[in-house]
Design a protein around this ligand. Structure first.
Ligand code: SF4
Length: 285
């Protein structure tokens, strides 16, 4: 039996934003029905308790999110949602009340990744009020700023200082920072990350040497049931099987999945997509 730390199940690949850092997808748009979610989630559950409701797409857009969270609760999943934050005013009560929801990550870097100009103070007001509300319900909330410029540049982008100042108004310091990140209040975290190059077959090939935790810690399932090795295979370029027609065990035992896994065991990226993935640089440092 394969045990994974987490699985990414794409409940919709539709998004209400078009962020500059996100490659989007050319796959047909679609969403999982509650029945489809139930079928796929039951096949995932023996392998992990931690279920992310995205690969691409904005999960809070799903019209039957409440039913999906109920099914996840019935299966005893710990659900993690990653959202751009724009729909939190409509969804906060559901997220706070659902026993399945374990953590919500808000991609605050969506703000600088868009040309839209929502009233910035409203956007942050809603996100930060939600973080307070969620933590009061005993659930975790992560405020993400995954927009740092990398080790060779001066650091964060130009808006981050103002954003962090705004966060400090809602969550007054002192904050506690350790190797895992910054805790700004009980159950509320501020998470920094560098921008990275999403894998894409149109990019030029990088070196073959390298490591990644795809299929080792995680697996992704697209809304049509296609299983991929990670949450970054946004086009389904490494289709390993289909969870509607095969068990996850069978898919992970397939020659293509085993070759990817064994390749990384030998510090080699076997798949062309993996040779064009900036994310795996994180495992090289
Ligand atoms: S190297 Fe990139 S594309 Fe390949 S499995 Fe890892 S995260 Fe996914």
């Amino acid at each position: 039996m394969y045990t994974l730390k987490k699985a990414y199940l794409e409940i919709t690949n539709i998004c209400n934003l078009s962020c500059s850092f996100c490659p989007g997808t050319k796959r047909p748009t679609g969403s999982l029905s509650p029945d489809g979610f139930s079928t796929l989630a039951q096949r995932i559950r023996p392998h992990t308790q931690y279920l992310y409701l995205h690969l691409m797409g904005e999960p809070l857009l799903h019209p039957q999110l409440e039913q999906i969270l109920q099914i996840a609760h019935d299966l005893d999943f710990r659900v993690i949602l990653t959202t751009n934050g724009t729909l939190l005013p409509k969804r906060s009560a559901l997220l706070c009340q659902s026993p399945a929801v374990w953590k919500v990550s808000i991609s605050l870097h969506s703000f600088e990744g868009n040309s839209f100009s929502p009233d910035s103070s409203c956007y942050f007001d809603h996100c930060l009020a939600f973080a307070q509300q969620l933590s009061q319900c005993g659930k975790r909330c992560v405020l993400r700023l995954w927009n740092l410029d990398g080790p060779d540049s001066p650091g964060s982008n130009t808006q981050n200082k103002a954003i962090v100042d705004r966060i400090a108004q809602s969550f007054p310091p002192p904050w506690k920072t350790d190797w895992q990140g910054t805790t700004i209040a009980p159950q509320v975290y501020l998470e920094w990350g560098e921008r990275f190059q999403w894998p894409d077959l149109s990019l030029s090939q990088q070196e073959e040497q390298g490591f990644c935790r795809g299929l080792r810690d995680q697996v992704g399932i697209l809304w049509d049931g296609t299983v991929v090795p990670c949450c970054l295979d946004h086009e389904g370029d490494i289709p390993l099987g289909n969870l509607y027609h095969q068990s996850l065990e069978e898919i992970l035992e397939s020659p293509r999945a085993k070759a990817l896994y064994d390749g990384f065991s030998q510090r080699r990226a076997v798949e062309p997509l993996c040779r064009r993935c900036g994310y795996r640089q994180r495992f090289s440092r």
